[in-house]
Design a protein around this ligand. Structure first.
Ligand code: PMP
Length: 387
């Protein structure tokens, strides 16, 4: 056989990098059923606890009765249903943009946006810690691609000095493995001064940050012109699946005409759009979810500080606990698991060498007792880690 798959897998085994999937026998919620046991999970991106909301479930069921289960065709053939259209309009309104366009995943939306906007002869500049889908989008686009130091405006400006021609600056709104926010107001200013376009992937900010859940752009009170290309995903705070790109009428029309991941992919199920419409309503109406989440975040940070745990400086539901080596991250995750608590160990190459961590994610679905359980398990286990 031409490809030595055994060898490739063995390399991962040696580096303890072989990933394994958990098999869940329960819905996505704080208490998971895994291997016949209940585990208290701090792994999910269901930040507002909407993935099991009875009204969202009912909307999905009703949607399936009305629209069936499958999208049936791509949007440009015959897959674009009225409920997709309604959701796009509601999302555009929510973001204060002229239009929005739905995708089946954030991964596809990011590839689509970058590849439709830049190509050979153009440039893409990205934060070093951007999500893999943004990096893949840049590579696929054929544009010149460079990465500036994480959140570093001087590094961004230095790269921009070397660029002539059209440039797209791309950043996560909230960084998925660090939980910190990009300095969007400053990046937007630099982009405007240098005549570059700014694209923000707010997968982890939408629904969570800002007065009404409008994300990092709302958090920083930015205007549509500051961030002409805005990406939101629906599988996290919205509790459903898919993604959208929001922007000007012209931007969305260009994506419909030129974005290959949009044109050549089956529309997501219309019933899902019905469910997402409901979660969009709920995330605006049920403000208590964001407030409760804020209380949990503050309590977790205080509790971790009291224990002397090295948390990264994040104010979002993503609360990384640095362990340094991969072995320590795996060891801590195992110790917690033996106490019925599930927190993922994140290791290089997902994060830089020497910065392995436990990625604790909090959700409005957690109660305060569950949070205290996590803190007391961390108090017990941290001291047991070898250096
Ligand atoms: N962007 C970021 C920052 C993400 O964290 C993720 C998923 N983890 C994506 C995009 C991809 O979104 P999706 O899961 O909808 O493909």
């Amino acid at each position: 056989m031409a490809f030595n798959l055994t060898e490739r897998l063995n390399q991962r085994r040696v580096g303890q990098l072989l990933r394994q999937r958990l098999l869940l026998d329960s819905p996505q919620q704080p208490l998971l059923q895994v291997d016949g046991k209940a585990l208290l999970s701090f792994c999910s991106n269901d930040y507002l606890g909407l993935a099991n909301h009875p009204e969202v479930i009912a909307a999905l069921q009703e949607g399936a009765k009305t629209w069936g289960t499958g999208g049936g065709a791509s949007h440009l053939v015959s897959g674009h249903s009225r409920v997709h259209q309604e959701l796009e309009e509601a999302l555009a309104d929510f973001c204060g943009r002229e239009r929005a366009l739905l995708f089946s995943s954030g991964y596809a939306a990011n590839l689509a946006a970058i590849c439709a906007l830049v190509g050979r002869g153009d440039s893409v500049l990205q934060d070093r810690l951007n999500h893999a889908s943004l990096i893949d989008g840049a590579l696929l686009s054929g544009a010149r691609f460079a990465r500036y130091q994480h959140g570093d405006l001087t590094s961004l400006e230095q790269h921009l000095e070397r660029i002539s021609g059209d440039c797209l600056i791309v950043t996560d709104g909230v960084f998925s493995m660090d939980g910190d926010l990009a300095p969007l107001p400053q990046i937007a200013q630099i982009a405007q001064r240098k005549n570059a376009w700014l694209m923000v992937d707010d997968a982890h900010g939408f629904g969570v940050l800002g007065e009404t859940g409008g994300g990092s752009v709302q958090h920083f009170a930015l205007k549509p012109n500051d961030v002409p290309v805005l990406i939101g995903t629906l599988g996290k705070a919205f509790g459903t699946a898919g993604a959208f790109i929001a922007g000007s009428d012209e931007l969305i029309e260009c994506l419909i005409q030129f974005a290959r991941p949009y044109i050549y992919s089956t529309a997501s199920p219309p019933a899902l759009a019905a469910a997402t419409l409901k979660s969009l309503q709920l995330l605006q109406l049920e403000r208590w979810r964001r407030e409760h989440l804020g209380t949990l975040i503050a309590r977790f940070r205080q509790g971790a500080a009291d224990l002397g745990l090295p948390l990264l400086p994040s104010q979002t539901p993503i609360q990384p606990l640095l362990t340094g080596s991969s072995e320590r991250a795996l060891h801590l995750a195992r110790l917690l698991r033996s106490r019925g608590i599930l927190v993922p160990a994140i290791r290089p190459p997902t994060v830089p060498q020497g910065q392995a961590r436990l990625r604790v994610t909090l959700s409005a679905a957690h109660n305060t007792m569950q949070l205290e359980q996590l803190l007391s398990a961390l108090a017990e286990c941290w001291g047991k880690l070898s250096d």
